[in-house]
Design a protein. Structure first.
Ligand SMILES: NC(=O)c1ccc[n+]([C@@H]2O[C@H](COP(=O)([O-])OP(=O)(O)OC[C@H]3O[C@@H](n4cnc5c(N)ncnc54)[C@H](OP(=O)(O)O)[C@@H]3O)[C@@H](O)[C@H]2O)c1
Length: 347
């Protein structure tokens, strides 16, 4: 654990009250809006599973839902003036403690990982469609950082990018949550991988298995031989520039990138790429991750085979979760940060 100041433990549970400790936000804002307090355990819908959270990953989506930025997030239905779900957190790993009447894939006691609603808490609900059995070979902490970023990387490379063995792949944003999975998956799928990251993270990208690394603060992405596939996960490199690093029939898949305007987050770059694509020989496209267990099952196979190991940059307690999001905001997170909720079982 990092030597961060521990928040005061919230009030003890009232016997029989069914409460839990959680991170709660009553309004949108920076990590300062997050409070560590005791709340009621979530109610279970008939198709949902109640997970006793052992570990929860921190991802960019959680940051966007915390801040309500870009505003598109609010318009998309997450709450116009305040978050509809006051407990943040998506990535989860833990043990099933209750199942809804219509749940067929899980029973009490199963170890699972996937995407929940409000995972920065001792208990979280998740649709059974968004959970998969936890691979036995990894810890709850590793499983807790895997789903959101891992399935996005998988869909970008395989479903959208149509990666083939032997292709040259450029991964922009290789040291982050999605990138740390994309590098390992691309290698597992037989690609020659160039990973792009900041200077302090080039060693990490190399350790993940990249054949070559480029520093986005210094190196020209168009240097060297062109690439068959570019997965753009970081920064806001102009599409025209990315096209110069592609082969004439290559594919660009835009996953995301921070620093756009407050209304749209700069999604115009993705839209422009899709609109230009029919008029050029290259295929320019984007990905919007589908949160379905079939992708988590595929990811779990790569993890079980040893080809992919979820990479944890920093560990935090539940009370320290605001600090994890603060560091992400400052661009100081590496791979995935994990919130360890039940320390005794997580590693
Ligand atoms: N489309 C979807 O369904 C989907 C799903 C998940 C995430 N996303 C989006 O994808 C993006 C990345 O998510 P993440 O969780 O991987 O974020 P992250 O963990 O914060 O990683 C960001 C990455 O971008 C790199 N980077 C920063 N500035 C850069 C620049 N100027 N040029 C090139 N690379 C730069 C970082 O490298 P250094 O830190 O080493 O500088 C890091 O590798 C976010 O915008 C997120 O919202 C989209």
């Amino acid at each position: 654990m990092h030597d961060l100041e521990e928040a005061a433990d919230p009030a003890p549970e009232t016997p029989g009250a069914g409460t839990m400790k959680a991170i709660v936000q009553d309004r949108y804002g920076s990590a300062d809006v997050l409070e560590f307090r005791r709340v009621s355990r979530p109610a279970l819908e008939s198709t949902e599973v109640l997970v006793e959270v052992h570990a929860a990953g921190v991802d960019r989506g959680t940051w966007h839902l915390m801040t309500g930025l870009p505003y598109l997030v609010r318009i998309a239905g997450f709450g116009l003036t305040r978050p509809k779900q006051p407990i943040p957190g998506l990535d989860v790993a833990g043990r099933v403690v209750a199942v809804g009447d219509e749940v067929t894939r899980f029973t009490v006691g199963d170890e699972v990982f996937g995407i929940a609603s409000g995972s920065l808490a001792e208990y979280a609900t998740a649709s059974e469609d968004k959970l998969a059995p936890k691979p036995g070979a990894i810890s709850f902490e590793q499983a807790g950082v895997a789903a959101v970023s891992g399935i996005t990387a998988l869909q970008a490379l395989v479903e959208v990018g149509r990666l083939e063995v032997g292709q040259r792949v450029l991964i922009v944003g290789a040291s982050g949550g999605v990138g740390s999975f994309a590098v390992q998956l691309a290698k597992a799928l037989g690609a020659e991988v160039t990973g792009v990251a900041g200077p302090s993270n080039l060693d990490l990208v190399q350790s993940l298995g990249a054949d070559h690394v480029l520093d986005h603060t210094r190196d020209d992405l168009t240097q060297g031989d062109p690439h068959d596939l570019i997965i753009d996960i970081g920064g806001r490199t102009r599409v025209a520039r990315l096209r110069r690093a592609l082969t004439p029939r290559g594919t660009l898949v835009i996953v995301g990138g921070e620093g756009g305007d407050r209304l749209t987050g700069g999604i115009g770059r993705q839209i422009r790429a899709v609109l230009v694509s029919p008029f050029v020989s290259q295929r320019l496209t984007m990905v919007i991750s589908k949160e379905h267990h079939s992708f988590m099952d595929q990811l779990a196979e790569h993890i079980s085979s040893g080809a992919v190991t979820p990479s944890i940059g920093r560990r935090f307690t539940l009370a320290q979760a605001p600090e994890a999001l603060r560091l992400m905001d400052q661009g100081q997170s590496r791979a995935k940060s994990v919130i360890t909720v039940r320390d005794q079982d997580a590693r």
